[in-house]
Design a protein around this ligand. Structure first.
Ligand code: 5GP
Length: 208
C-alpha cells in the first residue's frame, strides 16, 4: 500500500511575496491541503480574524505556550512572536492531508532539523523593487515597519540556499500551480514511498 500520510510543506517568502494569496488559492482549488493557523503576539491587522488568520496572544500567553511545549516551532520576527501549534499539524497529516506551514526562515529551519523530510519552498516576487512596491502598496504598515521588513528581506537572501525549491510569484495562478505540482511530486519520492517498497519486496519473495 502507498504511504497515506500527508506531506509536511513549509512555504516561506519575502514580505510582499504574495504567500498568503497563493496559500488561499491552493486551499480553495484543491481539497487535499490543510493550512496550519499560527499563534502570534502581534496585533491583528484590519480584517484579520481570530482563529482564521492567527490565534492572537499576549506575549505572556505566547510564552506559556512555549513552556507547555505546545509549539512545533517558534521564532521572533520584527519584534513579535510567531509559532505553530503542533497538535493540528500531526492530526491532519495522520488523516492523509498535506499540511502547509506559511512561516519564516528560523522556524522553517527548526522544523527541517527535527523532521528532515519536510519540503521547503521559498516564494519571491520577481525583483527587489517589486518587493518594496508590494509592501508599500499594501498600505497596512508604517514606513518604519516597511523599512525593517526590507532589511529583514536582505538578511533572508542568505538562507534561500537551504530551501528545496524557489518559486517566482509573478502571476498568482501560475505560482499556485507550480507549488501544487511540487508538493504532489513529493508524494512519489522513494523516501516517502518506503512502505510500498517494503510491500513489493514482501510480495515478490513468494516468486523467488
Ligand atoms: P505577518 O506579520 O506578515 O503576518 O507575518 C510575518 C512573518 O511571520 C511572515 O514571514 C510569516 O510567514 C511568518 N510567520 C507566520 N506564522 C508563523 C509561525 O507560526 N512561525 C514562524 N516561525 N513564522 C511565522
Amino acid at each position: 500500500m502507498a504511504n497515506g500520510r500527508g506531506i509536511l510543506t513549509i512555504v516561506s517568502g519575502f514580505a510582499g511575496s504574495g504567500k498568503g494569496t497563493v496559500m488561499n488559492k491552493l486551499i480553495s482549488e484543491y481539497d487535499n491541503y490543510a493550512l496550519s493557523v499560527s499563534a502570534t503576539s502581534r496585533a491583528p491587522r484590519p480584517g484579520e480574524k481570530e482563529g482564521v488568520s492567527y490565534f492572537f496572544k499576549t506575549r505572556e500567553e505566547f510564552e506559556e505556550m512555549i513552556r507547555k511545549g505546545l509549539l512545533l516551532e517558534h521564532a521572533e520576527y520584527v519584534g513579535n512572536y510567531y509559532g505553530t501549534p503542533s497538535e493540528f499539524v500531526f492530526a491532519r497529516m495522520d488523516e492523509g492531508k498535506d499540511v502547509i506551514l506559511e512561516i519564516e526562515m528560523q522556524g522553517a529551519m527548526q522544523v527541517k532539523k527535527r523532521y528532515p523530510d519536510t519540503l521547503l519552498i521559498f516564494l519571491t516576487p520577481p525583483s527587489a523593487d517589486e518587493i518594496y512596491k508590494r509592501l508599500k502598496g499594501r498600505g497596512t504598515e508604517t514606513d518604519e515597519v516597511i523599512d525593517r521588513r526590507m532589511k529583514r528581506a536582505y538578511e533572508e537572501t542568505k538562507f534561500i540556499k537551504d530551501y528545496d525549491y524557489l518559486v517566482i510569484n509573478d502571476n498568482i495562478d501560475d505560482c499556485t500551480a507550480r507549488v501544487h505540482g511540487i508538493i504532489q511530486s513529493a508524494h512519489h519520492t522513494v523516501e516517502h514511498e518506503m512502505t510500498l517498497v517494503e510491500s513489493l519486496t514482501t510480495g515478490l519473495t513468494k516468486f523467488q
